[in-house]
Design a protein around this ligand. Structure first.
Ligand code: ZN
Length: 75
């Protein structure tokens, strides 16, 4: 009996971890980067687009967003 219960618990835990990992994977930007910046419409250099997936802004706009995000998240 004891073994059965712990087995169940372990399975649930593993399922939970698998779920978290799947969620993390889903949150990763996997879509192709935008050709043009969504903020200012400036063309995003191909090198930048190839560097990372899911880029939607040019360097200037991204740095502004990063600064804004840093301002919001206070640690
Ligand atoms: Zn831009």
């Amino acid at each position: 009996m004891e073994t059965c219960i712990s087995d169940k618990a372990t399975k649930t835990e593993l399922e939970h971890i698998a779920q978290i990992l799947a969620q993390r994977e889903a949150n990763k930007p996997t879509f192709e980067s935008f050709e043009y910046c969504e903020e200012c419409g400036e063309e995003i250099p191909e090198k930048r687009r190839q560097f990372s997936k899911g880029i939607t802004r040019c360097v200037d706009c991204q740095s502004i967003v990063d600064i804004k995000n840093k301002g919001v998240i206070r640690r």
